[in-house]
Design a protein around this ligand. Structure first.
Ligand code: PGA
Length: 242
């Protein structure tokens, strides 16, 4: 695990932008897994700026959303589909993008087909993600089996509370989601995790120097062969000797 410490959120985003552009420029046909949330917002805006300056093209890039809520339509501004279009996809020349269909009649089949699509696209080259305060990655909550592929999850109370800030009322936060599994993420050729802020410090400490355990999903990444964490000084504040 490669840990890159930076001073603040802006430096984290800039460093991540440089890494993503480097991969897109140096490898053809990149397949990215991409997250939602506050953490990657500036990364997306910097990628859009770089595209508008004609310094990068996404014409050979395919993206897969890490996750999506169950039960809300892609037109709903709270959906991850909507988020991704607004923050990134509608601004760039992306070749193709895939987002799990949270309205599918048969959710199990939707999950299996998502895995098929990842395989058909040649697998994920770079999986980008944030981390939850409880150590989740994607929507893989504590206790998720490390062997899990894309699946339906019940969101934890902690995650529902954390995400309530995006909804008019906490009751409106969906209780279920579709997420890539831990194994889907571990199968990516490279992983990039971003974290900023003191509220992530405990999860980062456990993910980096704690026991590898299903109780802390991000700890699985200690076993990934090509994984980088870019973390700002607040998120790194409990990593004393690193
Ligand atoms: P955040 O969410 O980027 O909004 O903090 C990260 C996550 O829950 O994975």
């Amino acid at each position: 695990m490669n840990i890159i410490r930076v001073s603040d959120y802006t430096s984290m985003s800039t460093k991540a932008r440089d890494m993503v552009i480097d991969r897109i420029s140096n490898f053809s046909d990149m397949v990215l897994a991409i997250p939602t949330g506050n953490t990657p917002e500036m990364l997306y805006s910097l990628l859009v700026d770089t595209y508008k300056e004609e310094k990068v093209s996404f014409k050979d890039v395919v993206t897969f959303n890490l996750d999506e809520y169950v039960g809300i339509s892609p037109d709903n501004p709270q959906s991850y589909s909507y988020y991704m279009k607004e923050h990134l996809l509608k601004h760039i020349d992306i070749r193709r993008n895939y987002i799990p269909d949270g309205l599918a009649d048969d959710l199990e089949r939707e999950c299996a087909e998502y895995e098929d699509k990842i395989r058909e696209e040649g697998g994920i080259d770079l999986a980008i993600m944030g981390i939850g305060r409880n150590g989740h990655i994607g929507f893989n909550e504590p206790g998720t089996n490390f062997e899990s592929l894309t699946h339906v999850v019940e969101l934890s109370e902690d995650t529902i509370k954390a995400n309530a800030r995006f909804f008019p009322k906490e009751e409106e936060v969906p209780r279920r989601a579709i997420t890539m599994g831990i194994k889907t993420i571990m199968n990516a050729r490279e992983v990039l995790l971003l974290a900023s802020g003191k509220e992530k410090a405990e999860a980062i400490k456990k993910a980096v120097i704690g026991e590898v355990t299903e109780e802390l999903p991000a700890s699985a990444l200690q076993r990934h062969k090509h994984c980088t964490f870019i973390i700002d000084s607040d998120a790194a504040s409990l990593l004393k000797n690193w």
